[in-house]
Design a protein around this ligand. Structure first.
Ligand SMILES: Cc1cc2nc3c(=O)[nH]c(=O)nc-3n(C[C@H](O)[C@H](O)[C@H](O)COP(=O)(O)OP(=O)(O)OC[C@H]3O[C@@H](n4cnc5c(N)ncnc54)[C@H](O)[C@@H]3O)c2cc1C
Length: 481
């Protein structure tokens, strides 16, 4: 008999279907194939992707010797899972490191350098905070109160905004923490969950009371030695997708097919129904899809319905290229973020020619702006020409631009940024528990659940492989007893 309730191995191959060929899904496919080959497991894997190409939100384009990322562009150095995957697919020598980040923040229409030691906006060193003009005297005094404010007795989840407002005051939150975080999460920090996004700060307060003092004793990213530098690949992140696809056996990947439903099969396992009317049998299914698609896919199971309440923000990236001499009074750093108290549409902008000089030909500059965030998404639906005008007008406030851009590429991402609102972690845990109970063998992963960044997606895609193999009771070998 199987050790832990998984189906019996009867000589025929067991079938795993992965739905969604974004970073999460392809990571699962890669590590599953790896295990199957290594341990000669009697398992067949199918990865089903609705579009004609793998990678999901990862899309790199080359235009006129520029390398442009339409979606994600980099990841923090020191994240282990992603660098391990890059090494495994033979791209280690393609890794490149960003120039040291020197960011500005626009607050109340004025431009300030971000004080040193302000990783994700949290003051970890006092001196640069004392000398910055970004905060008033009272704002600085209020921020330093973190050193004496007692621990919160709150045990339940609260918003990131509430937590940091209590520790550092509104000014630090609104002028610095909020613009930096909304550049990453496109969210409203007064809605986003502390325990899901920054559990380390919740823990640091419990342990050290003061976040400033605690940051000297603890890393902001527990368990990982993460630096403030970013990494990417010389030929863009799509080269990671391509390298993984090359390693996958051709019969694993089924592109251009959309999964419409997953139903229980009469003889155990599941039927995965495709848009062309075909269906695939699966002993186990990994869903690596955005959360809002699941209530339809599993329409017979009401416990998926709360996923309809998880907001997902629409954003757009706007890559704008110019000749170097068309831009005067250019800023020194690698980009800027914008506080909500300033009249800009751009949330943040990377000066790609400074951060990633290899991606821009000599004599050119490339501004990569982000627009759209929680409560401010309608701009994403404007035409390309309108968006170009709006972004140009914002850039004009900071620099003198004397010519039209050589080109502008607008990339819209609808409902692309899942918002981990207060209680997200607990809701995800409950959903997974329900799924485990009512739909054994179905596993739910992806950016909507346990981390939105590429490294988080890769970690989820890798660790679910262990869960599936454990369920199939084949972990490491194909014995079942
Ligand atoms: C503009 C932008 C910039 C970002 N920048 C960064 C960054 O710099 N660094 C970083 O770490 N993260 C960044 N992120 C976040 C990161 O890119 C995403 O969270 C991550 O790529 C999501 O991967 P995923 O596999 O979970 O989902 P997705 O990439 O959404 O993949 C899901 C896949 O499922 C497919 N699919 C959908 N429906 C079906 C169906 N019914 N049947 C079959 N297939 C289906 C889709 O076509 C898609 O390929 C950014 C995100 C955006 C939008």
């Amino acid at each position: 008999m199987p050790k832990e309730g998984g189906p019996l191995v009867t000589g025929k191959k067991q079938k795993i279907v992965i739905i969604g060929g974004g970073m999460t899904g392809i990571t699962s496919a890669f590590y599953l194939q790896d295990k199957i080959k290594k341990h000669q497991l009697p398992i067949e894997v199918k990865l089903i992707e609705a579009s004609r190409s793998l990678g999901g939100k990862i899309q790199t384009i080359n235009k006129d010797d520029f390398l442009i990322e339409r979606g994600p562009s980099s990841f923090l150095e020191g994240k282990k899972g992603i660098t391990k995957l890059i090494e495994k697919v033979g791209l280690k020598d393609q890794l490149i490191r960003s120039e040291r980040e020197k960011l500005y923040v626009i607050s109340n229409e004025k431009l300030y350098s971000i004080p040193e030691g302000a990783m994700i906006g949290i003051p970890t060193q006092l001196k640069p905070f004392i000398f910055t003009g970004l905060f008033s005297f009272f704002g600085k005094l209020r921020a330093s109160a973190d050193l004496i404010i007692p621990r919160s007795k709150e045990k339940s989840d609260i918003s990131i905004g509430e937590f940091f407002r209590r520790r550092f005051g509104d000014e630090v939150v609104e002028n610095l923490i909020e613009p930096l975080l909304s550049g990453i999460y496109a969210g409203d920090i007064d809605q986003l969950s502390l325990k899901s996004i920054f559990p380390q700060f919740y823990d640091a307060e419990k342990k050290y009371r003061s976040i400033i003092l605690g940051s000297k004793n603890t890393t902001l990213y527990p368990g990982e030695n993460v630096s403030d530098r970013f990494l990417t690949l010389r030929n863009g992140l799509q080269s990671l997708v391509e390298a993984i696809e090359e390693k996958l056996d051709a019969d694993i990947v089924l592109k251009g097919h959309r999964v419409e439903k997953v139903e229980k099969s009469f003889n155990g396992g599941y039927e995965v129904l495709l848009n062309n009317g075909e269906s695939l049998f699966a002993d186990s299914v990994i869903s690596a899809l955005p959360h809002y698609l699941l209530p339809n896919l599993f329409s017979e199971y009401p416990f998926f319905e709360p996923l309809n309440n998880i907001p997902a923000t629409s954003v757009a990236t706007v890559a704008m290229a110019f000749s170097k001499n068309a831009v005067r009074n250019t800023l020194e750093g690698t980009g800027f973020v914008v506080a909500r108290n300033s009249d800009y549409t751009i949330n943040s902008c990377t000066f790609t020619h400074k951060k990633w000089p290899d991606f821009t030909p000599d004599g050119k500059v490339l501004f990569h702006s982000y627009i759209g965030r929680a409560g401010d998404e309608t701009v994403v639906d404007l035409s390309d020409a309108e968006i170009e005008q709006i972004v140009l007008a914002d850039l004009h406030k900071l620099m003198e631009i004397t010519e039209k851009p050589d080109f502008t590429i607008v990339s819209r991402w609808k409902k692309a940024m899942p918002q981990y609102t207060i209680g997200h972690k607990e809701r995800t845990r409950q959903l997974k528990e329900e799924v485990n109970k009512s739909l054994p063998g179905i596993f739910i992963v992806g950016s909507s659940f346990d981390g939105i960044g590429l490294p988080d997606c890769i970690d989820q895609g890798e660790s679910v492989v262990e869960d599936v193999l454990h369920f199939l009771n084949l972990k490491g070998d194909n014995r079942i007893s």
